[in-house]
Design a protein around this ligand. Sequence first.
Ligand code: SF4
Ligand code: SF4
Length: 80
Amino acid sequence: MRKDVMNNKVSQFYRIEKHCIRCGFCLDICSWDALDAPGKGRAFTIEEDLCPGCGICVDCCPVGAIQKVGAGEDDAAADR
Ligand code: SF4
Ligand code: SF4
């Protein structure tokens, strides 16, 4: 199933900001095992090769640390 979805790759992915408090909610909710918990004190990361961009983790983050990659860039381009 994962392979099928990855073949229909969506263009928007997500990144995790430094203020991640390492609660692990996103890790538990991601069906794609796309999240990594790096060493102590460091923000979680998302492996883009595994993340199809479903966006489910965004709403589970209590501190709003999961952001869409390129957010705001489309607006900037539209202003040019
Ligand atoms: S956007 Fe979806 S697939 Fe990507 S890390 Fe979040 S829950 Fe996992
Ligand atoms: S849900 Fe948010 S704060 Fe919790 S580990 Fe994931 S990115 Fe970090």
